[in-house]
Design a protein around this ligand. Structure first.
Ligand code: CAA
Length: 256
């Protein structure tokens, strides 16, 4: 199996496992990621998704360059649309996702991490969008998600120079949330525990408000926030959270 789906407590864990090609994304792996995401969305009790790469060396070295070569234009466009659709599915998953970048995250590999809600990276991680060196540009969301995350100028510098960014710089510019020492999966579980104890509807509304607002004017975004915050207010969990505050006890959320 090149895409393994396992369970770690209340997290699902997807591991890309194609060591001989540094976990590069063949179209078949992309389809398998899509199928794994469908399963995650249905898994009972899963409150977050972790994604990592097998081995010490790479999270994912990007699209499979050998498979990309000499393709007619139309299948190539369909391939870009497939990658984009699977990464959008990840972005839109009911639960938040954490990329655990354990080594190289280049091209489509970084784009996979960018489609996650959060990114943690090991001290040895290196990230970049080197497509320009191949005469290409990113095709699985990099030109859209990276500028939204780190700003247009920094994103264009990475895209137009294709340069490799080390983990210190990646953290400084907000491309990764944290640098992790030690076991990355354990760190991912601990990071996820910072939010998984809260009400799933509230967590989802918060993500939707930020995601939808990203493409809107401030006024329109504020209207989305007013709607979603009112929806959150109507949940039993909100009632429980506010009652627990007043009664000076811990809330017991039931995802309702
Ligand atoms: N596609 C296919 N095979 C890849 C690959 C990729 N993206 N990256 C690495 N491999 C393969 C290598 O070909 C090699 O296999 P062979 O020995 O059979 O040739 C094996 O993985 C190990 O790689 P290296 O020997 O190159 O390992 P290294 O340690 O010397 O270098 C690296 C590591 C710097 C990551 C280097 O492999 C590299 O530059 N890879 C390509 C990175 C890249 O350009 N990614 C962008 C792809 S295009 C894209 O992603 C488009 C998009 O937006 C969707």
């Amino acid at each position: 199996m090149t895409v393994e789906l396992t369970r770690r407590g209340n997290c699902a864990l997807i591991t890309l496992n194609r060591l001989e090609a540094l976990n590069a994304l063949s179209f078949s792996i992309i389809r398998d990621i899509g199928a794994a995401l469908d399963t995650v969305a249905e898994m009972e009790g899963v409150r977050a998704l972790l994604i990592t790469g097998a081995g010490e060396k790479a999270f994912c070295a990007g699209a499979d360059i050998k498979e990309l070569r000499s393709r007619p234009l139309l299948p190539q466009k369909r391939g870009a649309e497939l990658g984009q659709a699977v990464f959008a599915k990840l972005d839109n998953l009911p639960v938040a996702s954490v990329a655990l970048i354990n080594g190289y995250a280049f091209g489509g590999g970084l784009e996979l991490a960018l489609a996650c809600t959060f990114r943690l990276a090991s001290r040895t991680a290196k990230v970049g969008l080197p497509e320009i060196k191949l005469g290409l540009i990113p095709g699985y969301g990099g030109t859209q998600r990276l500028p939204r995350l780190i700003g247009e100028s920094r994103a264009l510098e990475m895209i137009m120079t294709g340069r490799t960014v080390d983990v210190g710089e990646a953290e400084r510019i907000g491309l990764v949330n944290r640098i992790v020492e030690g076991d990355l999966v354990e760190a991912g579980e601990a990071f996820a525990a910072g939010f998984t104890r809260y009400s799933l509807p509230a967590l989802e509304f918060a993500r939707r408000a930020v995601q939808r607002g990203g493409g809107l004017s401030l006024g329109e975004g504020l209207r989305v926030e007013a709607d979603l915050s009112t929806l959150a207010y109507r949940t039993a969990d909100a009632e429980e959270g506010m009652a627990a505050f007043q009664e000076k006890r811990k809330p017991e959320f039931n995802d309702g």
